[in-house]
Design a protein around this ligand. Structure first.
Ligand code: UFG
Length: 334
C-alpha cells in the first residue's frame, strides 16, 4: 500500500524537489505550504494545502483525513543575514512553530520525522571538512534555531518514541527545470541566482567580504545540487522506516569553492564577465563550510550524482532562462 507523507514547505525550493522525488518513488504526497514567496505551484503529483504548517486545526484535519505515516519538515525562514536582524521572527517561525507541529504529530500518533537542518549549526569551522561531531557553535540565530530543534528532537525521541533524521545541508544549489522546479525566493538572497542574473543583465554583483580566511579572501562554501539533497531525504525516510534509527547526517560534497571561484565558473558558463563590487561582510557569514559526507555515504548509501559545479550552474542557468521566458521579461538583477 502507498504510504502518505506530509511535506511542510513542499512548494519551496528544496521542499518541492523532495516532494516531487517522493511522489516519483510511490509516496502519496500532501504538501502544506502558505506560498510565502507567491510562487506559482501547479503540479498534479501532490495535494497542496495552502495553510500555515503550524495551524493545529488544519493539521488535525490533515491527520484525521489522510493516513499520514511520516512528516518531512522544510517550512522555515532561511536567510542567515535576516535572522541576525529579526531573531524574534526566526525563533517564532523556526522553533516555536516546529514545536507546534511536533505536538500535533504526537497527538495523532505520527512518529516519523525528517528534519531540514543546516551546517549553520556548526558555526566557524575548527577543522575542514566538518563531520557530524564537529563542535556546534552557531553564529547566527538561524543556526541556533536549527540546533534548538535538533535538541528537541533528541529529547522527544527518548521520551516519546519519535523517530527522526536531521539532515544538515551545506549550500543547496541548482535546479530541475525539466520538472518545472527551481529556486524562486522573493526576495532572492542566494549567490547563484543573483550572480547569474547579474551577469546576464550586466548589472553589478556584490561580493560580501574579501578578508575571510581563504586563499582569495572570499568565503568557501560546499555547493550541493538540490536533486542530490532530495535523494538523501528519500533515502533517509526509507532508512527510518526500515531501522527506526534516529540520527543526524551532513549533506554536502566534500569540496569547497570560494565566492571568486564560483564567479569564474559562472562567467565561463555565461560566456560573459561579471561586473563586481566589493562590499562589507554580511552578518552571520562564516569563513568556510565544507562537509565530511562519509556518514551519509556509509549509512544512507548516499552519493551526490548531480553536484559538480558546472552542472549546478548550468541547471540554475536553464531555470533562470525558463522563468524569465515564462514571465516574458528580461532577467534583471535584484
Ligand atoms: N554572497 C555574496 N554576494 C551575494 C550573495 C551571497 O558574496 O549577493 C556570498 C555570501 O557572503 C556567502 C556565499 O556567497 O559567502 C553564499 O551565500 P548564500 O546566501 O548563497 O548562502 P549562505 O551560505 O549564506 O546560506 C545558505 C542557506 C542557509 C544555510 C547556509 C549554510 O541559505 O540556509 O547556506 O551554508 F544555512
Amino acid at each position: 500500500m502507498k504510504k502518505t507523507v506530509l511535506v511542510t514547505g513542499g512548494a519551496g525550493y528544496i521542499g518541492s524537489h523532495t516532494a516531487y522525488l517522493l511522489a516519483q518513488q510511490g509516496y502519496d504526497v500532501i504538501i502544506i505550504d502558505k506560498l510565502l514567496h507567491n510562487q506559482p505551484f501547479n503540479h498534479n503529483w501532490c495535494t497542496l494545502i495552502k495553510e500555515d504548517f503550524a495551524n493545529k486545526d488544519v493539521l488535525k484535519d490533515i491527520f484525521k483525513s489522510y493516513n499520514v505515516d511520516s512528516v518531512v519538515h522544510f517550512a522555515a525562514f532561511i536567510e542567515v543575514g535576516e535572522s541576525v536582524i529579526y531573531p524574534q521572527r526566526f525563533y517564532e517561525n523556526n522553533v516555536l512553530k516546529t514545536f507546534e507541529l511536533l505536538d500535533s504529530m504526537l497527538t495523532h500518533g505520527v512518529k516519523k520525522f525528517i528534519y531540514s537542518s543546516s551546517c549553520a549549526v556548526y558555526g566557524n569551522p575548527i577543522k575542514i571538512p566538518m563531520d557530524e561531531n564537529h563542535p556546534k557553535n552557531p553564529v547566527s540565530p538561524y543556526g541556533k534555531n536549527k540546533l534548538a530543534v535538533e535538541f528537541i528532537l533528541e529529547d522527544y525521541s527518548k521520551a516519546y518514541d519519535l523517530k527522526y533524521i536531521a539532515l544538515r545541508y551545506f549550500n543547496a544549489a541548482g535546479a530541475f527545470p525539466e520538472a518545472g522546479l527551481g529556486e524562486m525566493h522573493n526576495p532572492e538572497t542566494h549567490i547563484i541566482p543573483l550572480l547569474l542574473r547579474a551577469i546576464l543583465s550586466q548589472k553589478p554583483f556584490k561580493i560580501f567580504g574579501d578578508n575571510y580566511n581563504s586563499k582569495d579572501g572570499t568565503c568557501i562554501r560546499d555547493y550541493v545540487h538540490v536533486r542530490d539533497i532530495s535523494d538523501a531525504h528519500v533515502k533517509a525516510l526509507d532508512h527510518l522506516e526500515k531501522t527506526g534509527a534516529s540520527d543526524f547526517f551532513n549533506l554536502g560534497t566534500g569540496t569547497g569553492y570560494t565566492v571568486k571561484e564560483l564567479i569564474n565558473s559562472a562567467e565561463k558558463i555565461c560566456a560573459a564577465k561579471a561586473n563586481l563590487i566589493y562590499a562589507e561582510r554580511r552578518d552571520g557569514d562564516v569563513d568556510a563550510l565544507v562537509a565530511d559526507l562519509s556518514k551519509a555515504s556509509d549509512i544512507l548509501n548516499w552519493k551526490p550524482a548531480f553536484s559538480n559545479l558546472e552542472f549546478i550552474l548550468k541547471s540554475a542557468l536553464r531555470w533562470e532562462e525558463k522563468v524569465s521566458l515564462e514571465k516574458n521579461e528580461i532577467i534583471t538583477s535584484v
